[in-house]
Design a protein around this ligand. Structure first.
Ligand SMILES: Nc1nc2c(c(=O)[nH]1)N[C@H]1C(S)=C(S)[C@@H](COP(=O)(O)OP(=O)(O)OC[C@H]3O[C@@H](n4cnc5c(=O)[nH]c(N)nc54)[C@H](O)[C@@H]3O)O[C@H]1N2
Ligand SMILES: Nc1nc2c(c(=O)[nH]1)N[C@H]1C(S)=C(S)[C@@H](COP(=O)(O)OP(=O)(O)OC[C@H]3O[C@@H](n4cnc5c(=O)[nH]c(N)nc54)[C@H](O)[C@@H]3O)O[C@H]1N2
Ligand SMILES: [Mo]
Length: 692
């Protein structure tokens, strides 16, 4: 090592990926280059370990395929041929094109499209919302992740969140309900293990024997989408055997008598074939759950991707109320903490909803393919501005999205770090900064720490962060209002100055000093020990008048469990990809290996396929090639494939969203991604040899 090189600088920051953990990290920088990035061992929740992806984050930052300059399309959409242009040229043209669309068809013909590619506070949403909102562009319903869970739970308990996840160490009966903790929420697992070592029982409810299920004390391999039926059967047992916390329910809930009548229909014997579990096992699960206090339900996101997703969450809410577990430290239900973080921060000041044009049309992000192809939409979508999202891979019905993006009369801009599958169809690709190249605040959705992420390094090439792109775009559009040009620091200070007690003493300066700070949530915080639910009635609503008004059953029920021909395809998150991210990187592709479809031995036999057989996986929407893996990790009737991976760019046609449809959930505006049905046959064989 040369002695002339400047000293090593250590910069504390935090991961910005769409993941509950929001790991704190330390970046080591020498001569303007980040040379090492490692977990910050002092962080009480993430404890210095990083995941299989972020361990190699610097490879992503310095990847040869990073987009370093603005690119303009040459050749046909989808071919991926671009030429370098300057930011000024790009923004002048983009500005002029957006203005022309707005003048011609109205600003609603412009669709801004983003998700949580970075989930930092201001890079995810701030100046973009102000700019597009004040122009009157179509408003995107960003309901692909978490909105259904929140809507379903809210119907019962008035919120989509619950207790502080760190309190799990005090639980004695932990149900990881449709969440693959070890893969998707790694840093929660050591706390679960700590509880387990103190005598807690860990149960996993999942149709797949995931890594998490394998590490649990008890795995209930439920049939997909039947969780509400299981929860109702548990309530049946609790009512029948007098295991309901009657005092808690009498004081803090409404609709108990009606619920008692409802759960009569859900005896374990009657429900057994619906949920695919023996009645005796349901009985035992119900009794153990009710009698081992504190008991904690831990769902995250996965189960909301069914058409009855909101109802699945609503019934879990009811279960926690009947058990009275909210009274106990470590009891109740623990889900995303985003609502708590965002309630503490002054988000109105950041988002400025008061400057938005009223009554503009809303389009759901799930429907992007359908909407882009819909010539009858008034106005049709004529310009699309994508940032922090890769809808070609992550949204349902990929063929239709491709068809929409291929439209010659659609003007598309994509701001990203890489030429993603979506970006290949763009007229302009704009280079985005990585997390170590921009300033942000990272509110976690898996815990209650707030972290500051200062830039450790200048951006590579001409990459710009989201906020800077929207400032420059506002200028290109001839806008001059000062609130379109606020600095990152001004917005972050404003967000922190909410006056919320959980932010008292948590200043911008302190965050620079300490890196991360825990919100001032009381140590032993039991949000609903004394009721206080934020529902219309102020009580937990086992019977919901608001649902009735919305045209739903006011009482919990099994929900519309989707059935179909063939195997039900579950496409969950995978270890080596972060949604579609990392799938362009050799290391992660190699580790993920070939695209597998896992099915049960009975289903394999019926289709004359075995482990290693190259198969087609298809339905009426399209087809994906995969390699079959026969295993009893998967229950009969279910096929498992990992979500993520490349399509065009890798030439591998891997995206499982070829097979999913834009099917809405019962309420909450989400997507029934996991209610796809497929057939499987060896490559070269037209029809499966199945006896139905
Ligand atoms: N490694 C990695 N981590 C990630 C991500 C990633 O892509 N990779 N993505 C991040 C994001 S955006 C999110 S939203 C979270 C999601 O975190 P999770 O909610 O934990 O993830 P999912 O894989 O969507 O679903 C979890 C489990 O639900 C199961 N499941 C499916 N249908 C049913 C059902 O009907 N009933 C029951 N009981 N279980 C069912 C699936 O088999 C799966 O194992 O993970 C985050 N963390
Ligand atoms: N079949 C199936 N489909 C699914 C799911 C599933 O489980 N199964 N899960 C669903 C869920 S829960 C989610 S959250 C969605 C995720 O869907 P998306 O939000 O589309 O997620 P990603 O594919 O990770 O795309 C995020 C993009 O943002 C880019 N990015 C990162 N940081 C920045 C930045 O600072 N600025 C800009 N401009 N770009 C940045 C990344 O490079 C990446 O290309 O997918 C959904 N789709
Ligand atoms: Mo997500």
């Amino acid at each position: 090592m040369s002695s002339a090189s400047s000293p090593l600088r250590m910069v504390r920051g935090a991961c910005g990926h769409d993941c509950p953990d929001t790991c704190s990290w330390v970046v080591e920088v020498r001569d303007g280059t980040a040379v090492k990035l490692s977990g910050d061992p002092t962080h009480p929740f993430t404890r210095g370990t990083l995941c299989a992806k972020v361990n190699h984050y610097l490879e992503r930052v310095y990847h040869p395929d990073r987009v370093l300059y603005p690119l303009k399309r040459e050749g046909r959409k989808g071919e991926g041929h671009f030429v370098r242009v300057t930011w000024d040229e790009a923004l002048a043209d983009i500005g002029a094109r957006l203005q022309a669309v707005a003048a011609d068809s109205g600003a609603e013909a412009i669709l801004p499209y983003s998700s949580a590619g970075t989930q930092g506070l201001i890079q995810m949403k701030s100046l973009d919302r102000r700019l597009f909102g004040s122009m009157g562009c179509t408003r995107l319903e960003r309901n692909i992740c978490g909105a259904v869970a929140a809507a379903g739970l809210s119907a019962t308990i008035g919120t989509g969140t619950g207790i502080d996840p760190e309190q799990v160490v005090h639980s004695r009966f932990i149900v990881l309900w449709g969440t693959n903790t070890i893969v998707t929420n790694l840093h929660f697992w050591p706390l679960v293990r700590e509880a387990q070592q103190r005598g807690a029982k860990v149960v996993v409810v999942d149709p797949i024997r995931t890594r998490t299920a394998e590490a649990a004390d008890w795995h209930l391999p439920i049939k997909p989408a039947s969780d509400a039926a299981l929860a109702l059967a548990m309530m049946h047992v609790m009512v029948r055997d007098d295991l309901v916390d009657r005092e808690y329910v009498a004081r803090h809930a409404i609709g108990f008598d009606a619920l008692v009548t409802r759960v009569r229909d859900y005896s374990p014997e009657r429900v057994a074939h619906v949920v695919g579990l023996p009645a005796g096992e349901i009985e035992r699960f119900a009794r153990d759950y009710a009698t081992t206090q504190p008991s904690l339900l831990r769902p995250l996101i996965g189960i909301e991707h069914h058409r009855n997703g909101a109802m699945l969450f609503r019934t879990l809410g009811c279960l926690a109320v009947l058990s009275g577990s909210w009274k106990h430290r470590g009891g109740g239900l623990a889900r995303s903490t985003h609502a708590l973080q965002f309630a503490a921060l002054d988000m109105d000041r950041v988002l400025m909803p008061e400057v938005y044009q009223p009554d503009v049309r809303q389009l759901n992000m799930r429907d992007i393919g359908k909407d882009l192809c819909d010539a009858t939409l008034t106005p049709p979508v004529r310009a699309l501005f994508v940032y922090g999202s890769n809808p070609m891979v992550s949204m349902p019905n990929q063929q239709r999205i491709r068809e929409g993006l291929q439209r010659e009369d659609l003007f598309t801009v994509v701001h990203d770090l890489f030429v993603t599958d979506t970006a290949r169809y763009a007229d302009y690709v704009l280079p985005a900064t990585s997390q170590i190249e921009h300033l942000d605040l990272s509110p976690a959705w898996g815990h209650l720490y707030l972290a500051l992420n200062p830039p450790a390094n200048p951006p590579r090439g001409e990459a710009l962060c989201n906020t800077e792109v929207f400032r420059r775009l506002a200028a290109a559009l001839g806008r001059t209002e000062p609130w379109l040009f606020e600095s990152e620091e001004t917005m972050l200070r404003a967000a922190l100055a909410s006056g919320h007690p959980w932010l008292e003493g948590i200043t911008y300066e302190r965050l620079w000093e300490e890196g991360y700070v825990r919100l001032n949530c009381p140590e032993d915080w039991r949000p609903f020990a004394e009721g206080g639910f934020a529902t219309p009635s102020g009580k937990a609503e086992l019977y919901s008048e608001s649902l009735l008004e919305g045209g739903h059953d006011p009482l919990p029920w099994a929900g519309d469990i989707r059935t179909g021909d063939g195997l039900q395809l579950i496409t969950g998150k995978s270890l080596h990809f972060l949604n579609s991210g990392y799938s362009n990187q050799e290391r992660h592709r190699r580790r993920a290996g070939e695209l597998l479809v896992e099915i049960h031995p009975d289903d394999a036999r019926a289709r004359s396929v075995e482990t290693g057989t190259a198969v087609r996986v298809w339905n009426s929407r399209g087809e994906v090639r995969a390699v079959c893996s026969v295993s009893n990790r998967v229950r009969p009737g279910v096929a498992w494939m990992p979500f993520g991976g490349l399509t065009d760019a890798g030439g591998a046609k891997r995206s499982v969203n070829v097979l999913t449809a834009e099917e809405p959930t019962d309420w909450g505006g989400g997507s029934g991604l996991y209610d796809a049905f497929v057939e499987i046959a060896p490559v070269g064989q037209d029809a499966p040899a199945v006896n139905r």
